[in-house]
Design a protein around this ligand. Sequence first.
Ligand SMILES: [Zn+2]
Length: 368
Amino acid sequence: MAYIEGADAQLVIDKYMAKKEVSTDFYFAHDVDELDQLCRIFWADPQARHNFKLFGDVLSFDATYSTNRYKLVFVPFTGMDHHKKSVTFAVRLIAKEDLDSYTWLLEHFKTAMGRVPTCTVTDQDPAMRVAISRVFDTTRHRYCMWHIMTKVGIGEQRLQQLHFPTSSLTDFFIKFEKAINKQRHTQTRLNADCEDKFPELKTTLLLERQAATTYTIAMFYDVQKEILEACFSSQIINKTVEGNTVRLEIEDTNKMMHSVEYNSSTRATHCTCNMFNRIGLQCRHLLLAFKDARLERIPGQYITPRWTRTTCWPYAQLYANPEQGGPTEVLSGGTRMGTVFDEFFKCVGNAYGNTDRRKWKLEQRKLV
Ligand SMILES: [Zn+2]
């Protein structure tokens, strides 16, 4: 029997082991120390694992959240979904923030998910850094300013919002599941909005209309902003054509000059601002090049599936039934982990092949 100072650890373990028996997709692991005391829990339900398949290009985690009474550290593994909302892939509770614990955790994460994330964002914990290099050997590891500031106390106010103060472990998991359900309900509502609502167009461009039907509403507004910048605030200063290759020098809002190369045969494009490589969305310069080429549709290779409306369709159908772990209720209270994602969004680009060493350094400097 596992226990924590005579508390209810066994109840929690029994509950999740029972779920694991019912659903082979429910991943649950725990460990006890030499005193037979519960010291580690790892949890990832079917929907969390599916979320990782869809949005696991960038993973963020840190061990900033303590659960008070039992002194177990709560570690949520989170990412960003196609509505720019936080999404949970897995959680873990650990008694010690040491190399053994982190290695155990990451190995279970890798087994549960079947792969490692392309990019991992953490704080500067040295044990975590070593564990990541051992287990997540192919991931790009970045540090996050928010995590670091929180560790030194500057982010204390935001940290307080992330605590789960509870009187028992059972109570902790009840609160945790409520938070997860709320997060999933939000995603379901936003998915429904994408099926029912069509955002207002600001131009007559067919490119904009296509973007409105392709991207989620949240992402479309980002693309629309770039379309408006392309139409009304950017201009082509110079244009040369050599065979199928068109080169454009474009001046944008900030009087910044960028060069776009466009192949009219393959429709391959490149812009020196590198926005597409960083976040998977077209910049104003590429959109102006498409407009100049009189394209009516954004070339397929420049639509990143993780930002589109259809990304979640199979997922929504699979988990529409609450019995399979889907949203069961609307719950009050704030989301626990959403606030880090302004910074997190910047890191999405790291997962999209931005291999330029100089730019990599530059982005790292912005983060740390
Ligand atoms: Zn650009």
